[in-house]
Ligand binder design. Structure first.
Ligand SMILES: [Zn+2]
Ligand SMILES: [Zn+2]
Length: 286
């Protein structure tokens, strides 16, 4: 039986937060580690990837190969990379996959983080073997990646996030399916292609940046910012027949108690809703 272990290392959206108000669910930005046997897959490289690197260092029994799949190149999804321990260890090979951008190459976007004026690291400081793979942004389900064993990653483009959309990823192994859908906005629910793609996931991790009141609010409404409310996440979980929903990519202004209030509201419509929580590990068994 192949198990899928998944650990949240960063659940916050937009920018990291350090505050007593967020101690329980955490203030680091988007990063999820998936482990299937020796195979390591990271989804996004926000500030949460720093702690993921420390975890891997302590564990030190992996294959030395890490695959990182980026949903998109917004800073909150990549800003942890220059502080990710395996980058500085020559025993690691790191494959970084990202949607192709028309205006900037992945090489340029990622390497910029490691070079002047943003960083003193430079080429000499990078010890791991890093391979960059641009995924065609118009690709729809016809491509999948076998990472090792029967661990498979598929992706689909979702266009709502300004200005170039994101990739939603689906990880499958041993009959277990996990979907990672962050930085999406679907006031009317996902369209049929995306719903079909995520259908029947055992675990759906979904952008839940806002309460409805803040999304539609009168003061500074967040509609059109490219993010979901918890209600949208619930609607998509129900319509795609997900077994379990994790709320994710929380607004940096929300405290732990705000998130628990959000969970309470969501559970009224979908009981199997949970809050993603930094450093919390789960195991998926088929
Ligand atoms: Zn984001
Ligand atoms: Zn974004």
């Amino acid at each position: 039986m192949q198990e899928l272990h998944y650990t949240f290392f960063g659940c916050r959206g937009s920018h990291p937060v350090s505050s007593k108000r967020v101690m329980k669910y955490g203030g680091n930005t988007s990063c999820l580690l998936c482990e299937a046997g020796d195979h390591l897959v990271l989804l996004d490289a926000g500030t949460g990837i720093v702690a993921a690197g420390e975890y891997l260092k302590e564990k030190a029994n992996g294959s030395g190969k890490i695959s990182i799949f980026l949903t998109h190149l917004h800073l909150d999804h990549i800003m942890g990379l220059p502080f990710f321990h395996p980058v500085f260890d020559r025993d690691y090979t790191i494959d970084i996959y990202c949607p192709k951008d028309e205006k900037v190459s992945l090489q340029e976007a990622i390497y910029r983080l490691f070079h002047h004026p943003y960083s003193p690291i430079g080429d000499d400081g990078i010890k791991a073997t890093i391979r960059l793979v641009e995924l065609p942004a118009d690709c729809f389900r016809q491509e999948s990646f076998k990472i090792g064993g029967d661990l498979e990653i598929r992706f689909i483009k979702e266009h709502s996030h300004p200005k170039h959309g994101v990739f939603i990823y689906r990880i499958s192994t041993g009959g277990n399916n996990l979907v990672f859908a962050t930085d999406v906005e679907s006031p009317d629910g996902f369209g049929p292609d995306v719903l079909e793609f995520i259908k029947g996931a055992d675990v759906l991790i979904h952008d839940s940046q806002y309460f409805d009141a803040d999304y539609f609010g009168t003061g500074f409404p967040k509609k059109g910012f490219g993010h979901s409310t918890a209600s949208m996440a619930v609607k998509n979980a129900i319509e795609s027949e997900a077994r379990k929903l994790f709320l994710f990519h929380y607004d940096p202004d929300y405290s732990d108690s705000d998130l628990e209030e959000m969970l309470g509201i969501a559970r009224k419509s979908f009981r199997e809703t949970f809050l993603s929580e930094e450093l919390k590990k789960f195991i998926l068994r088929s």
